[in-house]
Design a protein around this ligand. Structure first.
Ligand code: KG4
Ligand code: ZN
Length: 333
């Protein structure tokens, strides 16, 4: 059995997990609330919070897994992409632990980790599978041939789906990150109350920036007539925006299945926590006879367990990193 400590610090969540092979023994996430007041993640503040929290989170994850540093076989960490200052905190912690303990270091690509979060628990999709990865920074359609061979067949040309949620939520006066709040308010709203633009993109690509502009112009027009418009229509606004985003995502996913003929289909990344996306994806899968997979909630948004699962596959492949492995804000995927 391989015991891995995994660390994730690519953005504003500090997370540590312990895995015994593919089994998650602990997965602790410290969310940084400091960013709420600024309406978005402040990179410098995120790095400082990671520095404060990373050792206590690791300590707590080891305790919860009832293990210790001395029992570990390897350290996995997020190498790219992300905020460089945030990534460096996790990378240097992982590198130091690997040197001190004299155990292998496993460098993990964050987007690959979101995709392989579908493999953390049963039922696991067989390869090849198609994954719609929807997070705050990325929106991609990926054809996964194996745990290490992945092909991007479509991606956003501008904003990511999570950004579309967060930016429209900000227009509604909601706190950052707005995605979960839109989801919450949409539950009591009418999804067909308002119609917003569904921007077009070539092939299997996505576009969301036109949606944000369409919402902005609509709100400006309505607020001139009634300055309480947003307050009085918040639930319907959230439900209508959410429906538009989910429509765009699922219509492209359907095209991708037709194009690839791959019917093992996953949705992963922070936005896969969205209740409407999860429900409509399940329904579409049943209707089309796909095998559908969505990670459980704690593995959707950024977490170290998903870093650990990629680390596990890297370990089996003897794909080890070194102290010189660069940390990269951007990475080709
Ligand atoms: O994967 P993630 O935790 O971080 C990145 O790698 O970006 O995704 C964060 C994104 C944010 O944009 C957040 O608003 C969105 O996921 N999100 C949601 C929900 N939960 C998180 N969006 C819509 N509905 C949700 N329930
Ligand atoms: Zn992420």
């Amino acid at each position: 059995m391989i015991k891995i400590l995994a660390i994730e610090s690519s953005c504003d969540d500090t997370s540590a997990a312990v895995l015994w092979d593919q089994t998650v023994k602990s997965n602790l996430i410290y969310n940084q609330s400091i960013h709420e007041q600024y309406g978005g993640v402040v990179p410098e503040a995120a790095s400082r919070e990671h520095i404060k929290n990373i050792l206590p989170v690791i300590d707590a994850a080891l305790k919860k897994a009832d293990t210790s540093l001395q029992e570990l076989d390897a350290i996995a960490y997020t190498q790219s992409p992300g905020l460089i200052g945030s990534l460096l905190v996790g990378a240097h912690t992982a590198k130091s632990l690997s040197q001190v303990l004299n155990i292998p270091l496993l460098a993990v690509q964050h987007l690959q980790a979101h995709i392989l979060s579908c493999l953390i628990e049963e039922p696991r999709p067989n390869f090849p599978f198609l994954c719609l990865t929807v997070s705050g920074g990325h929106t991609q359609l990926v054809l996964c041939h194996s745990a290490s061979k992945m092909e991007v067949i479509g991606e956003t040309q501008d904003d990511a789906a999570g950004e579309a949620f967060d930016k429209t939520a900000k227009l509604f006066g909601l706190k950052y990150p707005g995605g979960p709040l839109v989801d919450k308010y949409a539950k009591e709203g009418n999804p067909t109350a308002f119609e917003f633009a569904k921007p077009k993109a070539e092939g299997l690509n996505f576009s969301f920036s036109g949606l944000k502009t369409s919402v902005l112009y609509f709100l400006q027009k309505e607020m001139r007539k009634d300055d309480q418009f947003i307050k009085n229509n918040l639930h319907d606004l959230c439900a209508s925006v959410q429906k538009t985003i989910v429509d765009i995502l699922l219509s492209n996913l359907e095209k991708a299945v037709t194009h690839t003929k791959v019917t093992n289909v996953c949705v992963a990344g922070g936005v896969s926590a969205n209740s409407e996306l999860r429900q409509r994806f399940e329904n579409l899968g049943k209707e089309k006879n796909w095998n559908t997979y969505v990670p459980k909630f704690e593995y959707c948004t950024d977490n170290a367990a998903m870093i650990g699962i990629v680390g596990y596959y890297n370990y089996l492949d003897k794909d080890f990193a070194s102290f010189d492995t660069p940390t990269e804000a951007r990475s080709k995927f």
